[in-house]
Ligand binder design. Structure first.
Ligand code: ZN
Ligand code: FE
Length: 257
């Protein structure tokens, strides 16, 4: 099994670029490099040479560095087939359920429409790593710019079903703000209170709140819990309401929070 090191590189206002490096093969993939300068500096610092870009979706804070990085390093850009026209520099087009090799590590593509129609996530089962872009955040989820609540709920449920030990690497440091909303929804959820304590501790130390784990998120993130009666009740709906409807109401409230 190939060993994979994952480094967090803060970029732009509140983005993270993840650098996934495999010492055996020497490959280094930058996930969502919104800034070429930040990605290159992150590689240089570690003595890594950029070989791949993994794009989750077309927004500028995720693909803004693609073309410059390609010019500087000759790296290969991987992105969604369904959204190829909007991913700058795309070389390799991928879609739902497809697995490709990143050096010696298998990466599986999960289509997660909602934030954008062409959004995808990358799951590396051996490394227990999920690069979720702007679909799933710790204690939150992405805004619905293009998709419907039904689509987003289906996408989130798909990610929720991955193994509990899977580490969640999402593209923004939004956890503290998400936590303030989550606390209003489920103030008595012990898993949420545990995560909020941890987030407060990390924040006070100036440290990233990521990665989280899917096990922790499943228990604490209200947007993954739209099928729990307590969450339906918290947004004024009957416990029997369809989860996608509960999710839609949660998302609506968070948009104006
Ligand atoms: Zn986005
Ligand atoms: Fe973003």
């Amino acid at each position: 099994m190939a060993r994979l090191e994952i480094a967090l590189v803060p970029a732009l206002a509140d983005n993270y670029i993840y650098l996934a490096h495999e010492p055996d093969s020497g490959i280094t993939a930058a996930v969502d490099p919104g800034s070429a300068a930040a990605a290159l500096a992150g590689c240089r610092e570690r003595g890594w040479r950029l070989t791949h870009i993994l794009a989750t979706h077309h927004h500028g804070d995720h693909v803004g560095g693609n073309l410059e990085l390609k010019r500087e390093t000759g790296c290969v850009v991987v992105g969604a087939r369904a959204d190829a026209a909007r991913i700058p520099g795309i070389d390799v087009e991928v879609g739902e359920g497809e697995t490709f090799l990143l050096g010696g590590s298998a990466a599986m593509v999960l289509e997660t429409p909602g934030h954008t129609i062409g959004h995808i996530a990358y799951w590396l089962p051996e490394a227990h790593a999920l690069f979720a872009g702007d679909t799933l955040f710790s204690l939150g989820c992405g805004r619905l710019f293009e998709g419907t609540p039904e689509q987003m709920w289906t996408s989130l449920a798909k990610l929720r079903d991955l193994p509990a030990e899977t580490r969640l690497f999402c593209a923004h440091e939004y956890t503290a703000a998400n936590g303030r909303f989550a606390r209003l929804v489920e103030r008595d959820n012990p898993a949420l209170l545990t995560r909020l304590d941890e987030v407060a501790r990390l924040g006070a130390a100036g440290r990233p709140t990521l990665p989280s784990t899917l096990g922790a998120e499943r228990a604490a993130n209200p947007f993954l819990r739209a099928d729990h009666p307590a969450v339906a009740r918290a947004v004024g709906l009957d416990p029997g309401t369809a989860p996608a409807k509960v999710f839609a109401e949660l998302r609506r409230r968070k948009d104006v929070f």
